[in-house]
Design a protein around this ligand. Structure first.
Ligand code: 6PG
Length: 234
């Protein structure tokens, strides 16, 4: 597997380690804003709850944190299955982060229009140079997908944000950062837990097997860390 892999006892240990790593990365960048890309799904929810509570809440300079999304389900932001909704309910509504620091993916028109608008939002924040996030948190599905980059679907280079249709994981329509943009990040932290992820982890570890999207995360100039629990990684 690309990057560094740590196998921790359980999902709670994974969330704790991720929180400590986030704080260390923020502390290592004492000036300027910190761009953080969040993923959806259930795995990061434990981390979100942790960061919303002391001692973590008080140690994070929320005014410097800009929250983006690695992917989004094409649903209203108040829909319970929305990645933004999940992050908002568990974390963002409980910390003093300025509203202008929140960058949800637009899901109010079409996926194609939303992708184009989010690319413009990335340009507004990062400038015209390709965006390099300070940290992107990623999960992985049992099929080895990450963000909304699914096996068997095209992941073209060029666009920074891709519309996704016919997602095998509902809902069918999504938005996702492209593989290229994820691989430009300064840091990527995978949080992968549960026995249902073990087979895909095994396939990613085996270079003789066909690559899975999560296994194609290989940072050009950054640090990739996989935090696995024993159920996913042993
Ligand atoms: C999504 C996520 C997706 C997720 C994996 C793992 O929108 O569904 O971004 O990529 O990270 O499917 O999901 P779980 O954490 O729920 O296993």
């Amino acid at each position: 597997m690309n990057g560094t892999t740590l196998i921790l006892q359980d999902p709670a240990a994974v969330a704790l380690d991720a929180a400590e790593r986030l704080l260390a990365l923020i502390a290592a960048k004492p000036e300027g804003n910190f761009s953080l890309g969040l993923s959806g799904g259930s795995t990061p929810q434990r981390l979100f709850k942790l960061l919303a509570e002391e001692p973590w809440r008080g140690q994070i300079p929320w005014q410097r944190i800009h929250v983006f999304f690695a992917d989004e389900r094409f649903l209203p932001h108040d829909h319970p299955d929305s990645n933004y909704y999940s992050a908002e309910q568990l974390l963002l509504a409980h910390v003093p982060i300025p509203a202008e620091n929140l960058h949800p993916m637009p899901t109010d028109t079409t996926a194609e229009d939303g992708a184009s608008r989010y690319e413009a939002e990335l340009k507004a924040y990062f400038g015209d140079a390709k965006p390099r996030f300070d940290l992107i948190l990623l999960g992985m599905g049992p099929d080895g997908h990450t963000a909304s980059l699914f096996p068997g679907q095209s992941h073209p280079f060029g666009p920074w944000v891709l519309p996704v249709h016919n997602s095998p994981k509902p809902p069918p329509t999504r938005l996702t950062l492209s593989l290229e943009i994820i691989n430009l990040a300064h840091n990527v932290l995978f949080l992968v837990t549960g026995t249902d992820k073990a087979e895909a982890i095994g396939q990613i570890r085996d270079s003789s097997k066909p690559p899975l999207p999560a296994g194609q995360i290989k940072l050009e100039a950054g640090d990739l860390v996989w935090l696995l629990d024993e159920a996913a990684g042993l």
